[in-house]
Design a protein around this ligand. Structure first.
Ligand SMILES: [Zn+2]
Length: 163
C-alpha cells in the first residue's frame, strides 16, 4: 500500500555527507546517484519519455510523485506515479554501529589505539622507513611510513615519533 512521503530534509538530502555511491543508500539523493547506468537508462525511458535528465530532475519528480511503499526502513520511494521505478533508502544504523565499535578500542593519551603486536626492533623499523617505503602499523597491517590502517592503527614510525 502506497503512502505519502512525509520525511525530513535529511531523508531526501542527507546531512551534508558526500553522496558516495552505495548499495545501501541512506538518503534519496545518494540513492539517485547510486543508480547503475542500466537503471538510469531504464528510468529515463519509462519515467521521462527517453529524455536525458539530471539528478535534480529525478529529485523533483520524486517530490512531485510524493509516494513511498513503506514508512519504516528500508523505504521504497517511487520515482513515477505507477511505482515502476523505485529507490530503496536504508537505515543509517550500520555506520553508527561501526563507530561504536571503533570507540571500544583502548587508546593512549594521543588518541592512538594501543598496539596489538610487539614493537619492532629499531633496525627493522629503520629498514622499513628508509628502504621499504612502507611501515608496519601497530596492529600488524602494512601502511605508508606515516600512515594509518583501516582499523585506526598508525604506523610504528608515527607511533614512536620518527615521522
Ligand atoms: Zn589494521
Amino acid at each position: 500500500m502506497p503512502f505519502e512521503l512525509s520525511f525530513s530534509d535529511e531523508f531526501f538530502w542527507g546531512e551534508g555527507e558526500p553522496y558516495e555511491v552505495d548499495t545501501r543508500p541512506t538518503n534519496v539523493m545518494q540513492a539517485i546517484q547510486s543508480m547503475s547506468d542500466q537503471e538510469w537508462d531504464d528510468m529515463c525511458k519509462e519515467v521521462f519519455d527517453g529524455r536525458e535528465v539530471g539528478v535534480h530532475d529525478v529529485m523533483d519528480k520524486i517530490r512531485e510523485v510524493n509516494t513511498c511503499s513503506d514508512l519504516r526502513p528500508p523505504v521504497r520511494v517511487w520515482v513515477d506515479e505507477e511505482g515502476y521505478t523505485t529507490l530503496t533508502i536504508y537505515e543509517k544504523d550500520d555506520e553508527e554501529e561501526a563507530e561504536e565499535e571503533k570507540d571500544d578500542v583502548e587508546r593512549d593519551e594521543r588518541g592512538y589505539p594501543l598496539p596489538t603486536v610487539d614493537e619492532p626492533a629499531f633496525e627493522d623499523l629503520e629498514h622499513m622507513l628508509l628502504y621499504r617505503g612502507t611501515c608496519d602499523a601497530t596492529d600488524g597491517c602494512i601502511v605508508e611510513p606515516d600512515g594509518k590502517c583501516e582499523h585506526g592503527h598508525v604506523s610504528w614510525g608515527r607511533y614512536l615519533g620518527f615521522v
